[in-house]
Design a protein around this ligand. Sequence first.
Ligand SMILES: Cc1cc2nc3c(=O)[nH]c(=O)nc-3n(C[C@H](O)[C@H](O)[C@H](O)COP(=O)(O)OP(=O)(O)OC[C@H]3O[C@@H](n4cnc5c(N)ncnc54)[C@H](O)[C@@H]3O)c2cc1C
Length: 201
Amino acid sequence: MRYGSPSGEAVGYAGRRVAIVGGANSAGQAALHLAAHAAEVTVLVRGDSMDRAMSRYLVDRIEQHDRITVRTRTAVVGGGGRDRLESVAIGGPDGEETLTIDDLFVLIGAAPLTAGVEGWLRCDDRGYFVTGPDLVTGSDRSWWPLERDPLFLESSQPGVFVAGDVRHGSIKRVASAVGEGAMAASLIHSYLALDGDSRPA
Ligand SMILES: Cc1cc2nc3c(=O)[nH]c(=O)nc-3n(C[C@H](O)[C@H](O)[C@H](O)COP(=O)(O)OP(=O)(O)OC[C@H]3O[C@@H](n4cnc5c(N)ncnc54)[C@H](O)[C@@H]3O)c2cc1C
């Protein structure tokens, strides 16, 4: 069983049967990469369609692919095998059944590891850090202690900057995370150049 699906690994699944759990873009991309080599790819989607979370171009390509089967309203409820995973039990609208597979890929998204800072750094309702202009939208400045506005990427603690996936509103791509990291370094220089009132000790 694997979390994620590097496209370079797909060639290793030539002629094999794989299942993918997930109904969003990562699952769709993995299905297409794997189906280029695998004999059978089964996509297990908990919702009633892929349309809610997957881009249309991926849905279209998956629906047209003769080695990809999509099972909606279906969840993995068990697994079996000796030295490795050899089958999964799936539960769907027609009850439970066993699917024989060579591997299972899990692509069900992520949750931020931000527990423990509530009350200090402002998080949104899903736990992502709120930064910059998002901290002072409208007239509510209750999470921002200074007269100046927060710098872009600055958290509710002046001088603490956030970059990458863990930031509310970030793009969730490698290039964006790296770019935000470089921006954060530049913003720290801007912060250090501020006068004392705008930069509490
Ligand atoms: C399955 C999957 C497929 C993806 N495919 C693509 C793709 O094809 N193209 C693309 O551009 N992006 C893709 N992404 C998104 C991409 O991986 C992320 O956008 C990128 O890795 C974000 O970088 P980051 O540095 O913000 O976070 P991460 O890469 O998650 O790094 C955060 C790091 O912080 C560490 N950490 C967490 N908590 C603490 C703590 N308390 N103390 C110290 N360290 C801590 C973690 O261990 C981790 O090493 C994919 C993501 C997933 C999950």
